[in-house]
Design a protein around this ligand. Structure first.
Ligand SMILES: C[S@@+](CC[C@H](N)C(=O)[O-])C[C@H]1O[C@@H](n2cnc3c(N)ncnc32)[C@H](O)[C@@H]1O
Length: 426
């Protein structure tokens, strides 16, 4: 490294360390971008148009499951049509970017980074300085030569870096992988999605967060979404940012089982419980806005013009305004396709003493939602007009009472059931 560049690196290193301390303060005051904010609503991806050095600082510590990135190779690349790559002519960004990537990665996780072989020493020394440990190396074999000089250049390469001591994948991929020519139509150094998917599959978990801060045309995002991971991309150049955005916007989501709750704690716990399951997404939303979030552009795999099943289980009593409950149910009745099923359970006030009711309501008031226990008659009025299948609106334990018996091995307590339940066929 040249002397002035080395000084520059040292200065930057100090700035980063200061920023790291500031980041901690920012985190505790809540002004950092939290993962929840990064993924509002139902979107499994987010693309930021900006400089990775600034944007990475806004991310919380230990929030990313896998970094898969293809940074500039430091080779002043120019393709035949004159296209260049931003920051390919200097290494000032290298240390700040990778030290931030180390910080935002969860402990015991992987970072896969492509790199330019001509600058291998520089990349390796910076990665080590940031705390990464090289634990593997990939060679992607091309069936064509991208350049012919002293040899025919027919491969790309990436290092597998570890933060801490990650558990190796159950089925580790080969370290020699195939490469399909992309034609570089979207970006001068566009990576083939098929070479990235084995890495996504091996080094991240379903619904985990994959980060690429040098996103180009968004190939990492396409690979991540096609394996049902969430992804966060950063790209500095407006033209490539727009290409990546369009590319990801046009991919179908794979959500077939959205699980919705308005309580952030419930959402957090549910995400932990459900993260291994394909197609399931836990979404923080309010039932009151079902008309908005059930639109087809939100869940492209859920088409309510075809039969669907909707479970409103022990939730309507948290919508305290009767006309709002009425709106939700009449919307579903009008919009769901024939053959759909709607499951409803609702806590009843019948059979509860005034004292129990008051303590229940007070208890819920301390949490996120108010609660309104309706009487059996009020609940029956809400589902009037729906075609209920046998046995109709009954205490929940009377609904197929033999089932809990079979499942838990003891008879159900039909006397003390305080939830009414029904299944409506649309
Ligand atoms: C090697 S290319 C990635 C190509 C990408 N893998 C694809 O398949 O399209 C690196 C990208 O990093 C972007 N870049 C360079 N410096 C950046 C920075 N500081 N912040 C964000 N993006 C940056 C460049 O504009 C370029 O698009």
């Amino acid at each position: 490294m040249k002397g002035d560049e080395q000084n520059e690196q040292q200065k930057l290193q100090k700035t980063i360390m200061k920023t790291d301390k500031n980041s901690q303060t920012l985190t505790s005051s809540g002004t950092l971008l939290q993962t929840e904010q990064a993924f509002p609503d139902t979107n499994p991806y987010r693309i930021i148009h900006g400089d990775a050095l600034q944007e990475l600082r806004k991310l919380p510590d230990a929030s990313v499951d896998l970094v898969l990135t293809d940074p500039p190779y430091l080779v002043r690349y120019k393709d035949r049509s004159g296209r260049t790559v931003a920051n390919d002519d200097n290494s000032r960004w290298l240390f700040p970017a990778f030290s931030e990537l180390f910080r935002v990665l969860k402990p015991n996780s992987y970072c896969v980074s492509f790199y330019g072989w001509l600058q291998a020493d520089r990349f390796l020394s910076i990665w080590r300085e940031c705390g990464f440990q090289p634990v593997g190396h990939f060679v992607f074999v091309k069936h064509y030569a991208s350049c012919v000089r002293h040899n025919r250049m027919q491969h790309e390469q990436a290092y597998l870096l570890a933060k801490g001591n990650p558990l190796p994948p159950q089925r580790p991929p080969a370290d020699v992988l195939p490469w399909q020519y992309t034609g570089n139509k979207l970006h001068p150094t566009q990576k083939p999605v098929g070479s990235l998917t084995p890495l996504i599959e091996a080094y991240s978990r379903p619904n985990g967060l994959v980060l690429d801060p040098f996103a180009g045309s968004g190939s990492t995002g396409v690979a991540a979404l096609s394996y049902r991971r969430r992804c966060l991309l950063i790209e500095k150049e407006a033209a490539y940012y727009q290409i990546a955005q369009r590319r990801l916007d046009n991919l179908p989501y794979h959500i077939t089982h959205p699980y919705v709750d308005n309580d952030p704690e419930v959402v957090r716990v549910s995400r932990n419980l459900l993260h291994e399951t394909d197609n399931v997404r836990v979404i923080q939303q309010d039932l009151k806005f079902i008309k908005v979030w059930l639109k087809p552009d939100r869940f492209q795999n859920i088409d309510i013009t075809k039969p669907v099943g909707i479970l409103l289980v022990a939730v309507l009593h948290f919508v305290t305004n009767d006309s709002e409950v009425g709106d939700i149910l009449s919307f579903l009745k009008a919009r769901l396709a024939p053959g759909s099923f709607l499951v409803i359970s609702h806590s009843t006030s019948d059979g509860r003493t005034q004292e129990v009711m008051q303590s229940l309501v007070a208890n819920y008031k301390r949490q996120v939602n108010d609660v309104k226990l309706r009487s059996n008659a009020e609940i029956a009025a809400l589902v009037q007009g729906f075609e209920l299948i046998e046995p109709g609106l009954v205490p929940i334990s009377n609904w197929k009472p033999q089932l809990p018996d079979m499942l838990v091995g003891k008879p159900v307590d039909t006397e003390n059931s305080r939830l009414l339940a029904c299944v409506a066929e649309i």
